[in-house]
Design a protein around this ligand. Sequence first.
Ligand code: ADP
Length: 250
Amino acid sequence: MKDLLTIQDLFKQYNKNSDPVLKGISLTVKEGEVVVVIGPSGCGKSTLLRCINGLEPVQNGSISLDTQVLTDKTTDWQSIRQKIGMVFQSYDLFPHMTVLDNILLGPLKVQKRKKQDIIPEAEALLTRVGLLDKKDSYPRELSGGQKQRVAIVRALMMKPEIMLFDEVTAALDPEMVREVLDVIMELAKGGMTMMIVTHEMQFAKAVADRILFMDHGEIVESGDPESFFTNPQTERAKQFLNIFSYESTQ
Ligand code: ADP
């Protein structure tokens, strides 16, 4: 499979006088690959995803999607963002619009597609995430897990080439985590290229083709999930995983 996303020597600093948050990140994501990024809070995972989506400027290095260099000054972010779907911890659905109208908005306004053409796609995706019966509901009538599944459909409606998931279950009640992770797992099986930031270690192990372990703005380890979880190479990764094994025995 070809490389879809290529990042080279990326540096990101929020303030001139502060330490860089990303310190020379290089990675590639192949078409159809699922890369899960894990690491301690504050190590730069979310910043990395936000840089890929152009939500944060970078100071050095390059990001390319297929043959397009995103770190050029001339980048047309409106067109690139249609190729990079992103789902955040907060769903940010429009409260005054139904589920269907929320997910039709991007294709209608940004891609200028016709409503009658996209309704079947919207309904098919809602069926896939088990929410067709909620298409005329308003966000306030949905649970957190349902809202997050709608947010995933909203991103998929743009037919992205890659999906970025930033801690999408972190704000959910435990009983709703599973239904959202199941949707992401199903997308992975369908061949969607994805970068996922998560603290759900069992899920990371199950869904990932490759794990990237970050600490202090650097990629410290990169490997297949089985080797990473059973035999981490660095002290930093061992310490990080120990915290989770402690939590799971409580
Ligand atoms: P993670 O996702 O791994 O928890 P983040 O990317 O959110 O880490 O944060 C990495 C570092 O950057 C942290 O030290 C955080 O405080 C800092 N940071 C994140 N967002 C901003 C911002 N908008 N302005 C200044 N510093 C920020």
